[in-house]
Design a protein around this ligand. Structure first.
Ligand code: ATP
Ligand code: MG
Length: 469
């Protein structure tokens, strides 16, 4: 039983379905056949018995009516009379009291049936018995013809009934086999048609699992039944999963990208501390304070990136004094890249102007743009930063004297992982993520970023940020 269940559990759904439908169909067919067979058999048997009863009753009535005028010899010589009473397939024998046959009419069974041992049920008894190889109904009753006392015995072979039943059984068995094969096929076809969408679903799941969402989910519900619903639910779930997965991947890539600069700054201060800070208390305190601030910034940066990954709405309370932040970033940058020349140009009027953006987001944007300006330059980088404002926006222009870009490349630089000159970018550890992060941040804070560039002359990024009111 256990191994049977184990085997059953090991079968595919298709085979289970085919097996179940085939079994149910076959069992129902077998049940119907058995009922038909049994009832037909008993009905036919009853018919045969009735025919025996009828003949016996006719014979007894005939003998009674004939009374004492009929002798054994009359019967012997005029068999036609009896013949007209009985059936063609019935044999009638008249026996004396010792069971010796005296007259025989018809001869449908080769052997002679024995007299029954008791004859309690008058006027005759009917028994089913085997005569030679043939099953027969044998009716035996006492008879009185004039002075003669003996028995009349009627034998009706059931060979035609048995032959019919055998024929029926063979036909039913044959039809059973045909039904079994047909039901197996029907089950197999039905299951394969109905389970096809599930199979497609399973294939798709395997593919998605193997490719880790690299290939798009390609499955469409073709039916409006439960399986169709299942596919739709699966697609929705997979879409959400894919989004979450992509978001996660993006966050990991962006976070490690954006953490590089603060880690570099922190590294610089720590090595400064290591070298001079132990003896110089002033350096120790300053570097510790800067390092602490840097760690704080890293924390905020991660939060900023998480918010970006989750596509959260910006916080309306965020604002920043732009000049302060720009000066700070430029100062920090000079500690990392000392060969570059960075000039910040602005009027007194913009000193206190606030833009509606978090300080972290602005720092990330500036860091990326300035880093690029330094990086994609074949001579000593000269970077000019212009800060202006009008009644709605604060404008930051970052201009470099670098290698510039073709018009064609400009269309793609905000795409993730896009790099104009892969070799050059790789040389600086570039991944092609910087500008796409910048664009996401600018979008999040409702800003605008445009770029213009000329090869071998330089590039200019113009950033507009809404003012904080
Ligand atoms: P990452 O910033 O991720 O370290 P990256 O600098 O290559 O790598 P992005 O900052 O997104 O990536 O820039 C995309 C590409 O645009 C760069 O590879 C570079 O070819 C080009 N580019 C960006 N800024 C400038 C610039 N100021 N001058 C010339 N080319 C630039
Ligand atoms: Mg970059």
């Amino acid at each position: 039983m256990k191994t049977l269940r184990k085997r059953w559990n090991g079968l595919s759904l298709r085979k289970k379905w085919a097996l179940a439908t085939a079994s149910v169909l076959f069992i129902s067919f077998a049940l119907v056949c058995t009922i038909v067979y049994i009832s037909l058999h008993s009905w036919l048997l009853n018919e045969e018995k009735q025919s025996v009863n009828r003949s016996m009753e006719d014979l007894t009535a005939y003998f009674e009516n004939a009374g004492s005028g009929l002798s054994l010899d009359d019967l012997r010589h005029n068999k036609g009379l009896m013949n007209s009473i009985i059936d063609k397939k019935q044999t009638v024998r008249i026996l004396n009291e010792d069971g010796v046959e005296l007259v025989r009419i018809n001869d449908t069974v080769a052997e002679v049936p024995a007299l029954p041992e008791t004859m309690d049920h008058l006027p005759y008894v009917v028994e089913e018995s085997k005569v030679g190889n043939t099953t027969c109904f044998v009716a035996t009753g006492p008879i009185q013809l004039g002075h003669f006392q003996g028995y009349i015995q009627l034998t009706q072979p059931l060979s035609s009934l048995n032959a019919l039943m055998r024929y029926m059984l063979t036909a039913m068995l044959l039809m059973g086999v045909v039904a079994l094969i047909a039901s197996w096929f029907v089950g197999a076809i039905l299951s394969s048609v109905l389970l096809q969408p599930i199979q497609r679903l399973s294939k798709n799941m395997t593919r998605v699992a193997a490719t880790k969402f690299e290939e798009p989910i390609q499955i469409e519900a073709t039916t409006h039944d439960e399986v169709g619903n299942l596919i739709n639910v699966y697609k929705e779930m997979m879409q959400e999963l894919e989004n979450a997965f992509v978001q996660q991947q993006r966050f990991i890539a962006d976070a490690s990208h954006e953490l590089r600069t603060p880690i570099q700054v922190l590294e610089g201060h720590l090595s400064l501390l290591n070298r001079w800070g132990k003896d110089d208390r002033a350096i120790l305190e300053e570097s510790l304070a800067i390092s602490e601030a840097e760690v704080q910034k890293m924390k905020q940066l991660i939060e900023e990136l998480l918010a970006l990954a989750r596509r959260e709405k910006k916080d309306d309370r965020d604002f920043v004094i732009v000049v302060e932040q720009v000066e700070d970033v430029v100062h920090e940058m000079t500690t990392i890249v000392d060969e570059a020349q960075m000039n910040v140009h602005y009027d007194e009027s913009v000193v206190d102007v606030r833009a509606a953006i978090s300080s972290n987001a602005l720092r990330q944007i500036l860091n990326n743009l300035i880093q690029n300006a330094v990086r994609y330059n074949s001579s000593i980088p000269i970077i000019n930063i212009y800060l202006t404002n009008d009644s709605n926006n604060f404008t930051i222009v970052i201009e470099d004297n670098g290698i510039g870009m073709s018009q064609q490349s400009l269309e793609h630089i905000f795409e993730r992982f896009y790099r104009v000159d892969k070799a050059r970018s790789r040389e600086h550890g570039g991944t092609g993520l910087g500008l796409s992060i910048v664009m996401m941040l600018v979008d999040r804070y409702d800003g605008k970023l445009t770029v213009s560039s000329e090869e071998e002359i330089g590039t200019r990024f113009t950033l507009h940020l809404p003012l904080y009111e």
